[in-house]
Design a protein around this ligand. Structure first.
Ligand SMILES: [Zn+2]
Length: 352
């Protein structure tokens, strides 16, 4: 991956952006897409929309969600320890011992998630997984007063894993779910810079997906698109304990994943397949027989309906601070979507 894109990806994943607090990541998005957009639109919900005007009437929305899972300060006890609640789906089993950052206004405090040591766990505590209520965050405060000088109820918290390359292609960090999608939306605009397209492209970095597809709901209503493509991550199933009979066969680095099912307009699926073939990228496929848990679901059900597609990046260890994605999957997704947009014009038939 070229240097500029790699550093954009790094800035995106490391920018803190739990649902409801996305603006640090949105600032990274704004400054990257600015040179490639005719207009930058910011709505009251926090969505950022980069518009590249086309020569025709068709409006296509491509969207990745900027929000990540995180935590929030709920209560500070007399000893100065922070008790917290989850923002989005967090598995408490992975939390003990993790380093975190607590954000208070412009200040950032380092902390760690504490749990009683194994020696001191009693009876049933030993056999069961920890709950969030068994854990706390230690920022090194002397007591409640000292802690309250730094943080307060409602402050948000993120994981603090940095970003590491595991190989030339595989990167591990937090929030590849779904800064990957934001990266692709921006990458498509960059790939099409200097080109005239017939369709107008609304490249959206949406908010609050992890807590109910909320930003896609409002941005899709505002844009009123003919076509909406969500870019998200999906579970890679190529690691121990994954039952392919239950979850399908998706390989990390095996190519972008096209979803098939009720949430996907069949004409859009055919166009995505053709775009992939013309771009020289071999996609993987996943069965999605119902509404999906992605922004594609909210977009499809907007107004009188939108022709939707879903393209996903294989991701290992979703909703942990050590997710893994492949740069070649990201680049392949950009290529497919750029080619897809080139194929659209006012005559594109979207009726199944
Ligand atoms: Zn997620």
């Amino acid at each position: 991956m070229e240097k500029e894109l790699k550093s954009f990806f790094k800035s995106l994943v490391l920018a803190p952006s739990p649902s409801g607090f996305e603006q640090p990541a949105q600032n990274v998005y704004r400054s990257f897409v600015k040179p490639y957009a005719d207009e930058l639109l910011n709505d009251v919900h926090g969505n950022v929309i980069a518009l590249k005007k086309g020569t025709g009437k068709l409006r296509v929305m491509i969207v990745g969600h900027a929000d990540e899972i995180g935590m929030m300060v709920r209560y500070i006890d007399d000893d100065g320890f922070i008790h917290f609640t989850a923002i989005g789906g967090i598995d408490a089993t992975i939390l003990p011992g993790l380093k975190v950052k607590v954000y208070h206004g412009n200040k950032v405090y380092r902390g760690l998630i504490g749990r009683k040591p194994i020696h001191l766990l009693k009876g049933d505590e030993k056999g069961r997984s920890p709950q969030i209520s068994d854990l706390w965050i230690d920022i090194g405060a002397k007591n409640k007063k000292d802690s309250e000088k730094k943080v307060c109820v409602g402050d948000f918290i993120t994981f603090d894993p940095g970003m590491e390359m595991l190989s030339r292609d595989l990167v591990t960090t937090k929030a590849t779910d779904n800064k990957s999608g934001v990266f692709v939306a921006a990458g498509v605009l960059k790939a099409l810079s200097g080109e005239k397209t017939k369709a107008s492209i609304y490249a959206v970095s949406s908010v609050q997906e992890e807590i109910g597809l909320r930003g896609a709901t409002t941005s899709a209503f505002g844009i009123d698109p003919h076509i909406g493509i969500a870019i998200d991550v999906t579970h890679a199933t190529d690691y121990p304990g994954m039952d392919k009979k239950q979850v399908g066969d998706i390989k990390l680095g095996g190519g972008p994943v096209l979803a098939i099912g009720a949430n996907i307009n069949p004409r859009i699926l055919e166009l995505l397949k053709k775009a992939a073939a013309d771009a020289g990228i071999k996609p993987q496929f996943e069965a999605a027989p119902r509404g999906t848990g992605t922004d594609a679901n909210a977009i499809q059900l907007t107004r009188s309906g939108v022709a939707t597609g879903l393209i996903s990046i294989p991701n290992r260890y979703m909703h942990t601070p050590t997710e893994i994605v492949s740069f070649s999957d990201l680049e392949g997704t950009v290529k497919i979507l750029a080619e897809f947009v080139r194929k659209l014009d006012d005559k594109t038939n979207l009726i199944p």
